[in-house]
Design a protein around this ligand. Sequence first.
Ligand SMILES: [Zn+2]
Length: 463
Amino acid sequence: MADEDHGEEEQGAHGEAHGHVGRRMNVPLPAKLELKGNLATNWRKFRRMWNNYVIVTRLNNEDNQFQTATLLTCIGSDALDIYDGLAFEDEDERNDIEAVLQRFEEFCLGESLGPASPFINLRSHTSVLSSKMALIQSCEAMVYNDVYRLTFDSSMLVDWLTARGIIGNFAGACPRCGTGELTRKKDPSYGRDGLVWRCRVKSCGQKVSIREGSWFSGSHLTMCQIMKHLYYWVYKTPLHVIQHELKVGSNSTLVDWNMFCREVCMSVIESDSEQIGGPGTTVEIDESKFGKRKYHRGKRVDGVWVLGGIERESRQVFLTSLPDRSADTLIPIIEKYVAKGTTIITDCWKAYSKLGQLGYTHLTVNHSEHFKDPETGAHTNTIESTWRAVKNTGLPASGTTKALYDSYFVEYIFRKKYLSGAEDKYLAFLEAVKKVYTPNMDRVIERLETKPSLERQPLKVKN
Ligand SMILES: [Zn+2]
């Protein structure tokens, strides 16, 4: 026993036995928090061992930071990853043992508090993806429980989305003052996610939404709700079930988000489009106006014309958006995407009339009948089985506009091409989102440049 410890302990033998001597006797640290299996059970077990350890070693005589460091020493490296992703008010709270235990408790018990839903796959005895890092690295398909845990804490979700490049990492030079640095801060008053990028220079105070330039921007749903909705959409959950699970009052918001998902499908197919057709093949071409185009490439568009073609033989497709429907626009696009020698079927729109003179065999049909009732056979030139399959995707039976119908067609093609073979459909779709919406600060900079009058006043970025 070291001499300097004597003073206090000489007071009584009991104090000596239970006090410092306890830790010196090498009371073993509690075993690490096991993340595999049932996390809630594992946590309760760990918590019991920890509580005993604290008593035996009189750890609570030590300061907060020491206690927290001891906890983090024994809890294990996987759980440390969780700790890194937990939401704390500030650095002090991060070192506050009670706060740390509380956050771990919320995280670990979150699973058992999940809503009773037929869509929850309770894989309680398999390796549940428990930590942020595991979620990022795992190749295992995500189940609803994983999404539930991922969305349990918005700052963990934000970390996860940032790591995947789905929302922007704006840490770095402030676009306004140039001298300050943007850091991510908790701010319950800001937006719906309680997090914001803020310039550290007080006199500047520039704020940038954590959703800036991302797929999430502009929605009044929380990112957690959107991420859950996405999961439901990927697995074709009926709208009324999504509405019930997400507790969203109006279903028009969800209808919009289903549409935003289909827009992602469209954009991906568009960017991957290659030339189709050739001698001996038939390509059906059609143009459609997509109503609620969200903010494709940063701009809100009321509606956009899309030209699409499908080759009957191979079912290869091309899709591209159009500034207008004039012949000057349509013809060069068709020449780019459809090989000469192809038989092309279009509707009677006059812009197509030149096709017969450009190396194609051109046939026309009256499309307007078709989209009202795909099953009557009034339109014989479609790819019947594909249309039938589209109908089975959940297309409303009546009152379907052509634009809506076409968007389901695009969704169908997308699912077949990009999701059906994917290891994890949810992650595959998120990759598609990233491809279409690349978060950047261009618009913030644009706003700063066009509104110099706001210079002294923190810019409120709409979330
Ligand atoms: Zn600044």
